[in-house]
Design a protein around this ligand. Sequence first.
Ligand code: UDP
Ligand code: MN
Length: 351
Amino acid sequence: MRVMSGKTVTATLLLLSFLLLGVLYCYQNYRVSVSFELNDSRQTDSVCVCVCDVLPLSEEFHLEAEHLRYQQPSILIGRTDVVTVTPWLAPVVWDGTFDPVLLDGLYRPRNISVAVTVFAVGKYIRFLEAFLLTAEQHFFVGFNVHVYIFTDRPNEVPRVHMAPGRQVTVRSVPSSRRWQEISARRMELIQTLIEELRNHKDYIFCLDVDSRFHGRWGTESLGGLVGVIHPGYYRDQRTKFPYERRPESRAYLAPEDGDFYYCGGAFGGRLQEVHLMAKTCRQDFEADARGGIEAAWQEESHLNRYMWIHKPTKVLSPEYLWQDFKSREPEIRLVRFSGVAKNYAEIRPNT
Ligand code: UDP
Ligand code: MN
């Protein structure tokens, strides 16, 4: 074997060094271009990406608390009468588990906007005024709120004075002879509304109109996918939950499935998450219809199946949808939103 001369060794080393430098240079350029691309594509989403760091900051968790004054938190003193976290570690929101001053202070600089959908078809228009008036008093007070009202009676929508930054949009929908259909079509209309809103709103809540606000419902309720625990079943075994129990339905849940029984009358979260849920529930509902089956509680059944598979990132306690006819339980310190008692036979197009 020929031994390399000193000159050859030096030349080889130099060549290798140039090669290494070249590779490093290309890699650096690649990183920069990737981060620019990220920056561009996410600009509308206002995710902060800096050139030297390709890891984007999540909007959900990037909350800054500078100059905020609030009560000292404790990990020893707090609610002991209720469970405040799910087994998958999502918070369960009860009165006394959060600091409203801190939370509002964290979200205010972000200038978030919240969309609300509410359906008032047929005689349910009569609930709209109290819903809107009480929302002005309790729902995200001081934040941007846009209420989308879906109704077949646009001329009967009451005029309610809204605070600055808050507004109402009325959308016409056809009437229906079956309440089940009105209730079920909500998912479709929510899906298409979110597709229109795209990046113009941050969060959405979809609420029953036959209800009123009685207490604060605000930033503590924000999350990726937000479910509300139904007030009627939270003491029951899961086998007793009124889930859809026929395996032929796409909303089916087996007796050993399910975490909580969630409300169809209140849910929400980030636009993207709610969009996926509404789309899935709608598709499953329609596939069921083609197969000649309607889930026991229409979209509520599909929502419960969805939330069993896709765990909500925040769970709201029944404070967030109580029922006027129900007597108050000791763990419910504050009723924030509650369904009014109604005469089904009188109000629904069919019973
Ligand atoms: N809804 C409506 N018109 C109807 C039936 C239902 O607008 O004739 C809408 C309304 O927003 C209502 C929701 O669908 O709050 C769910 O129906 P409902 O409140 O009757 O169900 P419940 O809460 O009694 O289970
Ligand atoms: Mn209702």
